[in-house]
Design a protein around this ligand. Structure first.
Ligand SMILES: [Zn+2]
Ligand SMILES: [Zn+2]
Length: 327
């Protein structure tokens, strides 16, 4: 099966994951699942809206609970959940299969990704694969063409019935559904948020009483989660509006340095849309990709292999552009 990518972007490289997932259940055909969800269940997912509201409200306590220990914990967990959990785990490992690792490492990374508060790996990757299949065209879950705020955060508060949600997962992430640990993490998503909050409260209390407990919870959970959420959301909104295009791939994806900084390299989004399986999103010397460096570190320690390279086609385009800029 080939994805409904525009002809310009329908490279062999981008079809790999879509070809892998196929249509094993013979369910709703590609392009119908999300439309079906929207048609059947319009309205707001109040649980998701409450979750996002509570996270933001909790972060408002930041000025009253500041401590340098809390700040340090926030930064460490920002890197751990944002870079390792979401960018390296949910995105490159699970959505795009840009490299391989041992199953326990994959489970650990998926669990860390869950702590980012962006939903389970199964649901996140399903939405993400739909986004790539329909980028900025009908059926894209979060295109700025339907409104900037929609693409940034409103899209994830739309209601999807539980049966449609299951159908969406069967259609778009059948490979991930085969993994019992990922299914377990899908059903226990909320539990782990409470666990990490309690652990931080306990550690803070042990260090310096109730004030430190509050500081670690507010900064380590709420402030950190707001930062990671908005950084991730900037990929869907900002880098589909502003930045430069290296590849004319038929959608609105762009490369933007400051989004790459706050998202550990994901801001080189046009590079990624054009060559989705490649593990390295930095295609030019100044396009630094922190997450790719983490994948290289995993490879160095023997924990990652089969790392998908930037395809020859892309290197040829880059070479031509370099030559043109010197003429
Ligand atoms: Zn992607
Ligand atoms: Zn995108």
């Amino acid at each position: 099966m080939s994805a409904t990518l525009s002809p310009e972007s329908a490279t062999d490289d981008n079809e790999d994951v879509m070809a892998d997932i196929g249509n094993p259940e013979g369910e709703l055909l590609e392009g119908q699942v999300l439309d079906h969800c929207l048609a059947e269940h319009p309205g707001i997912d109040w649980a998701a809206a409450a979750w996002i509201g509570i996270v933001h409200l909790g972060a408002l306590a930041a000025p009253f609970t500041f401590s340098f220990t809390g700040l340090g914990v926030m930064l460490a967990l920002y890197f751990l959940t944002g870079c390792i959990g979401i960018c390296l785990g949910y995105h490159r490992l699970l959505s795009h299969k840009s490299f391989e690792t041992y199953r326990p490492v994959r489970w650990l990374i998926a669990w860390i990704g869950g702590l980012a508060g962006e939903g389970s790996a199964i649901h996140w990757c399903a939405n993400h694969r739909i986004h790539h299949a329909k980028s900025d065209h009908e059926g894209d879950p979060h295109s700025p063409r339907e409104g900037f705020l929609w693409s940034h955060m409103l899209w994830c508060m739309q209601r999807i019935g539980s049966e449609d949600r299951r159908a969406m997962h069967r259609r778009w992430v059948p490979d991930l559904l085969k993994d019992p640990v990922l299914r377990f993490l899908d059903t226990t998503f909320l539990l782990w948020q409470i666990v990490i909050g309690l652990v931080l409260a306990g550690v803070g209390y042990a260090i310096d009483g109730p004030a430190m407990a509050a500081s670690l919870v507010v900064w380590g959970v709420f402030v950190r989660m707001v930062i990671v959420l908005h950084a991730t959301w900037c990929i869907n909104s900002v880098t589909h509006v502003w930045g430069y295009k290296t590849y004319d791939n038929g959608d609105d994806s762009k490369n933007l340095w400051w989004v790459a900084v706050i998202t550990f390299g994901e801001g080189w989004h046009n590079n990624h849309h054009a060559y989705q399986k490649a593990a390295n999103y930095g295609h030019r010397w100044w396009e630094f990709d922190t997450t790719y460096q983490m994948i290289r570190l995993l490879k160095f320690t023997g924990l990652a292999w089969s790392i998908a390279p930037i395809p020859q086609r892309a290197l040829e385009i880059l070479a031509k552009k370099r030559l043109a800029s010197h003429i």
